[in-house]
Design a protein around this ligand. Structure first.
Ligand SMILES: [Zn+2]
Length: 493
């Protein structure tokens, strides 16, 4: 097998999406599967982790700008703590991993490996909050959690241990907690759209699909090219259920003791799965310049007699870009030919390739090639530090436009049960239909076609967020009773 064959992606994104995805993750050097006997765990390689770090930076800055501080809580939660909020126990019990021994000693109380941390954070918040002056209280932790699901491993999309952030806040009023819930949802939307170049729709989960113990679970959803929805991130208004369970109270201005309202919100590395799935192609990984570990690769193309001048020009160019803050890689390897290098950097998803040969040197130019579509443009060497930012914007806009087109073409309406089934069966994507609010009507669709209600849009949200279609009196598309709202049905990851 030649190097080029080893490098190349052999599966097709369109026809063999699952295998293609696994191949891109592996060959682009993002992750490996965990050891035998530990299915569901992955090893994140430096190139994969670099993507996570960049996302982390983007979110962390937004959080800190809006009053959030980072903290860290233990990996384990005592069973008695977990049991204090009954919905959490019921919701997560089948997926909790337990520690029963420390060394050779059996523990007096089992410890849960955190599936989410409300049950250990809320009791400490209750120690930190005394009066209304301590509110709002906002903490975030960057951590991993474990949910022991018996499903097939899909790196970043579905793993037993995953990286995420979980924010936890306490507020004096329900309105304050609602504002917080929506602020974090806005920030998630922002990161998906402005950093990952993935347009999202947003709304709330049906009551039967809320986070355990929550009043309201809000979500941003991204449509993948295979027609399935990814729950991009969620933000929960927890009401007073956790505060009551953990005595999280405050003294108001009249020294009356009141129960706090709390929120929690989480964004995981599933976002990386969505990123890979959305933009990448049969040549490999495609990344927007906002998040790519290398934004530009400079590939010098020389013959023996032109080597010195071409290399010098390329090195000089790379230095200029670097001093401008551009993440640039100069690929001056002697033992590889340019074609091999092109393939390799395409596989790795570098958004822009600069080709430098003797002609570029003579003309004082740069041949720039866009990774998403192979478009080639000529840049003026002297203006490159200015022009590079326009080039990044262009590449980003191409990726966003393609994802936006996929989304806008795949939101359809249906008025009856068979129309929902037929439309999702034929096209995938989202089907919005009037819904009575009864879980049974969702089950009926789920049983037939494995599609569920991924969200219900917020009342009054604008066109961009794909709002409700319900106008006047409508009947539920499934049962024919009076409809309460619009439901978005989709198959999901
Ligand atoms: Zn119904």
């Amino acid at each position: 097998m030649t190097d080029a064959q080893e490098l190349g992606i052999t599966e097709s994104k369109e026809y063999n999406t699952g295998e293609w995805y696994a191949e891109v993750v592996k060959k682009a050097g993002l992750a490996n599967y965990g050891p035998e006997g530990m299915s569901g765990f992955i090893v994140t390689r430096p190139r994969g982790y670099a993507l996570w770090e960049r996302l982390q930076g983007e979110l962390d800055a937004r959080f800190k700008d809006t009053g959030v501080q980072n903290a860290y809580f233990p990996l384990f939660i005592p069973e008695s703590y977990l049991e204090r909020e009954k919905d959490i126990v019921e919701g997560f019990d089948p997926e909790v991993a337990w520690v029963t021994h420390g060394g050779h000693e059996e523990l007096e109380e089992r410890l849960a490996v955190r599936p989410t941390s409300e049950s250990i954070i809320a009791p400490y918040m209750s120690q930190w909050v005394r009066s209304h002056r301590d509110l709002p209280l906002r903490v975030n932790q960057w951590a991993s959690v474990v949910r022991w699901e018996a499903t097939e491993t899909k790196p970043f999309f579905r793993t037993k241990e995953f990286l995420w952030q979980e924010g936890h806040t306490a507020h004096a009023t329900s309105e304050g907690a609602w504002e917080e819930t929506m602020l974090r949802l806005d920030q998630y939307e922002d990161v998906y759209e402005d950093v990952l170049a993935i347009p999202v729709i947003r709304g709330q989960k049906p009551d039967h699909d809320k986070f355990p113990g929550a009043d309201t679970t809000t979500t941003v959803e991204a449509l993948m090219p295979d027609g399935k929805s990814v729950q991009g991130a969620t933000s929960h208004h927890l009401g007073t259920s956790f505060a009551e369970a953990f005595d999280l109270t405050y003294a108001d201005t009249d020294e009356e003791e009141r129960v706090c309202n709390t929120t929690s919100w989480g964004f995981s590395w599933r976002s990386l799965g969505a990123l890979i799935m959305t933009h990448s192609d049969d040549q490999g990984l495609v990344l927007p310049p906002t998040i790519a570990p290398e934004q530009v690769v400079v590939v010098p193309i020389w013959q023996e007699d032109t080597k010195d001048e071409v290399l010098e020009y390329a090195e000089d160019l790379a230095e200029d870009l670097e001093s401008e803050g551009v993440r640039v890689e100069l690929d001056a390897r002697d033992e590889r030919n340019p074609g091999f290098k092109f393939n390799e950097w395409e596989l790795r998803g570098v958004p822009l390739r600069f080709e430098i040969g003797p002609n570029e040197v003579d003309d004082g130019e740069i041949t720039a090639v866009h990774r998403p579509d192979g478009e080639s443009v000529t840049l003026d060497r002297d203006d490159v530090t200015d022009e590079i930012h326009d080039q990044f914007d262009e590449v980003f806009a191409k990726l966003y436009a393609a994802a936006e087109e996929n989304l806008s073409e795949n939101v359809r309406e249906a008025e009856g049960r068979n129309e929902i089934l037929g439309t999702i069966g034929q096209h995938g994507g989202y089907v919005k239909a009037p819904w009575c609010g009864d879980e049974d009507c969702e089950t009926e669709i789920k049983d037939q076609i494995a599609a569920e209600i991924v969200m219900v849009p917020f009342e009054g949200d604008d066109e961009k967020h794909h709002p409700a279609v319900l106008e006047g009196d409508c009947d539920c598309a499934v049962c024919g009773e009076a409809a309460e709202t619009t439901a978005y049905f989709a198959k999901s990851y």
